[in-house]
Write a protein that binds this ligand. Structure first.
Ligand SMILES: NC(=O)c1ccc[n+]([C@@H]2O[C@H](COP(=O)([O-])OP(=O)(O)OC[C@H]3O[C@@H](n4cnc5c(N)ncnc54)[C@H](OP(=O)(O)O)[C@@H]3O)[C@@H](O)[C@H]2O)c1
Length: 305
């Protein structure tokens, strides 16, 4: 077997980043095992050629069985409703178990902006969801200190897939009436990346460990205002879509969940700062929002209006 062909356990395989990773890795000839708690959700993945491992990340025996024979892992950090400690605990177990079972390369996704948390404006005031950021940071540290032969940490900015189901009805419910209503400032540019590009970086990391091993890489393809996002969706779907910028107080009064509005304030005041130009050195093509929207025209068309 070609040394660069991996057998990859994909965590979160039925979700946004995981399903893109399954698709991307299979298309490049890797063997993929998709972890899911509900095999019926993975039917499309098996049709594409993935194996399925049924199990919960919180079940050590299931995780160990899923890792059997795997040479690589694509890991997504997953929150557990009602158990704040589970995301870190499950990630730490996965890292340990992967090392024990002989995984050669561990690709962990996180989020852009985790370094130097104490330098984040308003850090320590309780204004931001500090537990969110601390957990991601600690998972990254567990990967770095995990004694794995090779690791790569991919840190996405805002995922473009937030604008399509299943995320859009929660994050942008007004899209259903052709509006993107947020507390993101009218002139604020939000760095974004597609799940497909995260997957492309993961495949490149596994195939070119000399370049990617030990790297922590913040990912963004471009930075757009919400008005530019709305204009691109409008152009692609041939509908009139507009962005509405509210103050945080107006957004909460309009019924947007407070946690979501806090995240939008974070985009205004802190934001993602990936070095987009520097990403070119990895040799992975980046997908701009307009091109991503064209690829997702059908599902965007269903999401709007
Ligand atoms: N959205 C953004 O803009 C953004 C940006 C940067 C980082 N992130 C981070 O990305 C992560 C979420 O990634 P995502 O959006 O790709 O995930 P997602 O779409 O929410 O998918 C999660 C998948 O994980 C599986 N899952 C959930 N709990 C599990 C458990 N206990 N055991 C096994 N499988 C489990 C579920 O599959 P089954 O039901 O089939 O088991 C689900 O399909 C979060 O940590 C978030 O902070 C998000």
């Amino acid at each position: 077997m070609d040394d660069r062909r991996h057998s990859v356990l994909v965590v979160g395989a039925t979700g946004t980043q995981g399903s893109a990773a399954v698709r991307g890795l299979l298309s490049r000839g890797h063997r993929v095992r998709a972890l899911t708690r509900e095999p019926a959700r993975a039917r499309r993945l098996t049709e594409m050629g993935a194996e399925v491992a049924v199990g919960d990340l919180g079940d050590p025996a299931a995780v160990e069985a899923a890792l059997d024979g795997m040479t690589a892992v694509f890991a997504v950090p997953l929150r557990e409703p009602g158990d704040d400690a589970a995301e870190l605990r499950n990630s730490a177990f996965l890292i340990e178990a992967a090392k024990r079972s002989g995984v050669r390369h561990f690709v962990q996704t996180s989020v852009a902006g985790t370094g130097q948390l104490s330098r984040m404006p308003r850090w320590g005031s309780g204004h931001w969801n500090e537990e969110y950021w601390e957990t991601k940071h600690r998972i990254e540290e567990a990967v770095r200190g995990g004694g794995l032969p090779a690791y790569t940490i991919l840190k996405p900015s805002f995922l473009m897939e937030n604008l399509i189901p299943p995320k859009a009805p929660l994050m942008f419910p007004e899209l259903a009436r052709d509006e993107i209503v947020t507390a993101v400032g009218r002139h604020v540019r939000v760095q974004m990346i597609s799940a497909g590009d995260v997957a492309a970086f993961a495949a490149a990391a596994l195939e070119r460990p000399d370049r990617f091993s030990g790297q922590s890489i913040e990912l963004a393809a471009e930075a757009l205002t919400m008005h530019e996002v709305a204009a691109a969706i409008a152009a692609v779907t041939q509908r009139t879509v507009r962005a509405v910028s509210l103050t945080a107080r107006q957004a909460v009064a309009a019924g947007r969940p407070e946690a979501v509005v806090r995240g939008e304030e974070w985009l205004n005041e802190v934001g993602y700062h990936a070095s987009i130009d520097a990403l070119a050195s990895y040799g992975v093509a980046l997908t701009g929002f307009r091109k991503w929207a064209e690829t997702h025209r059908a599902v965007l068309g269903q999401a709007v209006g």
